[in-house]
Design a protein around this ligand. Structure first.
Ligand code: MTE
Ligand code: MO
Length: 438
């Protein structure tokens, strides 16, 4: 963890100094605290023998103390803390993703690995159906021995599993060489991902109950949102870990996330996780027009074997939207994830990818979940290019845009997992950089 500049001859002035924020051995503890406190704008106490009164130790005005709320509420920290809301992508025509139907996860504000209900990005081009859970039924039919029609009460009586997983839209991190959005924030570029704890019935259990005909190769899932397109999946791709989920982070699913029932397919692109699920049909080959919701077949002809979301990471601080107000030590933080399992390692560069240093991974590190990383970085006030790259347990390393471009010249938005460089300019302002620029 304590690699120094001397170990990396190519490292420039802005090389990351690896100082674990919890074990600041490179500096004396006092220097470190003073520097960090300065950078974070907080006072140290006590200072030079003088006792400083923390402003918040003043008695709170009576108006700031309120009785325990009786009505149901979503537990916010305080009325004074301000609300964190899901972002709305811009509606300008040059922006690649129409914004009307999407809300984005404020990834830069997310502290832990779970995305709270209400802050999850939402894809709902056909609108959000208001469904009555008591009347809702799931049918399992087609090539099965015993077709089933299940109520939620029946599902809830079956043995449930409870697991956290990330869901990433195949369009997340859309920053191809041809599509550069200079004023894009990190939530706009990378906010099509969330990570929630799901409770539900393993798909395998239900299919066993229905008795799968050996001829069945595909599963077609249909939602109740008026999106007439069905979503076809090779049966093998969803049997392993698929869940029919009815709860998200310990509560009923949000309406936006598919209340009362959604398909959870860990590692697979978000488009396969059908929401407002009402039908599973097993068949030999998918019916014509059965596409993953919102997927354009021209862009994705290889649906026969849906790709697992490849290893990826992004720095959420410093990131577009944040400003570094003076040179000094800063924490560099972000998230890494992979549809192929756990994150093994995240490396950071502050010199555009010339030198790399391992970041600290923050526990818990779970398969197919967001994983938090951080490292302390000493900004010397000169322009710097920050990049993160992740390695997963399958041995895959997050590629550069150059590498992706070499494989696929027409690099589109789908499942693009390229490294994302952020440029910190002299003023401490941060903006997105296409990696083909560096
Ligand atoms: N019924 C239904 N399910 C759907 C979709 C949809 O439009 N209708 N969109 C899919 C796409 S493209 C994505 S990325 C994910 C988004 O899940 P979220 O809205 O929970 O973020 O849902 C998928 N499931
Ligand atoms: Mo999506």
């Amino acid at each position: 963890m304590n690699e120094s500049r001397a170990d990396t001859p190519k490292a420039g002035k802005n090389a990351l100094q690896l100082r674990d924020p919890d074990h600041p051995s490179a500096l004396s503890r006092r220097d470190f605290l003073a520097a960090t406190a300065g950078a974070l704008g907080v006072g140290l106490w006590p200072q030079g023998g003088r006792v400083l009164t923390h402003p918040s130790m003043e008695p709170a005005g009576a108006s700031l103390i309120r009785p325990l709320r009786q009505e149901p509420f979503d537990c916010g920290p305080s009325a004074l803390a301000g609300r964190v809301e899901r972002g709305v992508p811009g509606l300008e025509p040059q922006r690649p993703w129409p914004g009307r139907w999407q809300r984005l996860t404020p990834l830069d504000r997310q502290q832990g690995i779970l995305t709270p209900n209400g802050l999850c990005f939402t894809h709902a081009p056909s609108g959000i159906p208001e469904l009555d859970a008591r009347a809702h039924r799931l049918s399992i039919q087609g090539l099965v021995q015993r077709p089933l029609l299940l109520s939620l009460a029946e599902l809830a009586r079956m043995p449930a599993v409870r697991r956290p997983y990330f869901l990433e839209c195949a369009a997340n991190g859309a920053c191809s060489p041809s599509c550069e959005i200079p004023d894009m924030t990190v939530a706009e570029s990378h906010g099509r991902i969330h990570c929630c704890m799901y409770t539900g019935v393993p798909l395998r259990l239900l299919l066993e109950r229905a008795g799968v005909d050996p001829r069945a190769r595909w599963m077609v899932a249909r939602g109740a949102d008026g999106d007439q397109r069905a979503c076809a999946l090779p049966l093998t791709a969803c049997l392993e870990e698929g869940i029919l989920a009815f709860a998200q982070n310990g509560k009923a699913l949000c309406a936006e996330q598919g209340y009362p029932l959604r398909l959870v397919l860990p590692g697979l692109p978000g488009c396969f996780w059908v929401k407002w699920l009402r039908e599973l049909e097993l068949c030999e080959r998918p019916p014509a027009g059965a596409l993953p919701a919102s997927i354009d077949m021209d862009e994705w002809p290889a649906v026969a074997s849906p790709p697992l979301m490849a290893v990826k990471s992004v720095i959420t601080f410093p990131a577009p939207g944040s400003v570094l107000d003076r040179p000094g030590p800063y924490p560099v933080r972000g998230f890494a994830w992979s549809g192929r399992g756990r994150i093994l390692k995240v490396e950071l560069s502050a010199d555009g990818g010339r030198s790399w240093h391992a970041a600290r991974l923050v526990e818990p590190i779970l398969p197919k979940c967001l994983t938090r990383f951080e490292a302390m970085w000493e900004w010397d006030g000169r322009p710097a290019v920050l990049i993160s790259r992740a390695l997963d347990e399958s041995g895959a390393l997050q590629p550069t845009l150059h590498e992706l471009h070499a494989v696929d010249k027409g690099l589109g938005f789908r499942c693009h997992n390229g490294q994302q460089p952020w440029l910190v300019d002299r003023l401490g302002q941060v903006r997105a950089l296409s990696q083909l620029e560096i």
